[in-house]
Ligand binder design. Structure first.
Ligand SMILES: CC(C)(COP(=O)(O)OP(=O)(O)OC[C@H]1O[C@@H](n2cnc3c(N)ncnc32)[C@H](O)[C@@H]1OP(=O)(O)O)[C@@H](O)C(=O)NCCC(=O)NCCS
Length: 185
């Protein structure tokens, strides 16, 4: 967990045709709602996110989802309908992942979650994030291309295992506003 104050970035409200959705940091109390959301997801949606068709999240995976460097939830009341993560694994580039449950797809939540995660990545001073997806995940690829109104120009490559790795360069650090509380060097 990074300890930068995200209070300037989150929470935020997303207006959809089905009403307003809150995007905020996940808390442990969301764990049951996260489990319920995964049960409501189609096998295809789960497979596109985790590359496995296991219907229920194991306690280990569930625990990891709630404690990545950044875990965001999109909520309707007490229910979670989408998530985004920034995952750090040693020296590897920080990975971004997004999932929106089927009933709430195509309403702007995936974009809102990804934009929020990118805002946090920039606040952390990251130069880029990577996303792993299936070659057939054209919708996700379109979403990644459209982030920041298409200004980021992500690059796509297929890795040795056949997964697509998308590298999303973030705004050049030289042109960023200093993060709240940071000291210019
Ligand atoms: C990919 C995913 C997160 C998109 O979430 P979403 O809430 O439906 O996305 P949005 O409504 O914000 O869509 C934003 C843009 O992405 C593109 N897009 C999203 N889904 C699409 C689809 N099924 N087909 C074509 N374009 C799609 C469109 O350009 C869309 O803009 P538009 O609706 O104005 O045309 C969601 O489909 C999902 O959870 N898929 C399974 C998990 C996954 O593939 N995650 C990505 C890899 S980690």
């Amino acid at each position: 967990m990074r300890d930068a104050d995200l209070g300037t970035l989150l929470p935020r409200t997303v207006t959809t045709p089905r009403g307003d959705i809150l995007v905020r940091q996940a808390v442990q109390a969301d764990a049951d709602a996260v489990m319920r959301m995964h049960h409501r997801c189609s096998t295809e949606t789960v497979f596109r996110r985790y590359f496995t068709v296991v219907p229920a999240l194991s306690p280990v995976v569930q625990g990891r989802l709630m404690s990545t460097s950044l875990s965001l939830v999109a909520t309707v009341g007490h229910e979670v309908v989408g998530m985004a993560h920034l995952v750090e694994d040693g020296p590897a580039p920080v990975e971004m992942a997004v999932l929106v449950e089927d009933f709430w797809q195509r309403m702007g939540l995936g974009r809102a979650l990804a934009e929020a995660a990118l805002d946090v990545a920039e606040l952390w001073g990251l130069d880029l994030v990577v996303v792993h997806s299936l070659p057939s995940s054209g919708g996700a690829h379109a979403l990644l291309r459209s982030l920041r109104s298409g200004a980021l120009h992500p690059s796509f490559r297929t890795d040795a295992d056949g997964f697509v790795e998308t590298t999303i360069p973030l705004a050049d650090a030289r042109f960023r506003q200093p993060a709240p509380g940071s000291v210019a060097s």
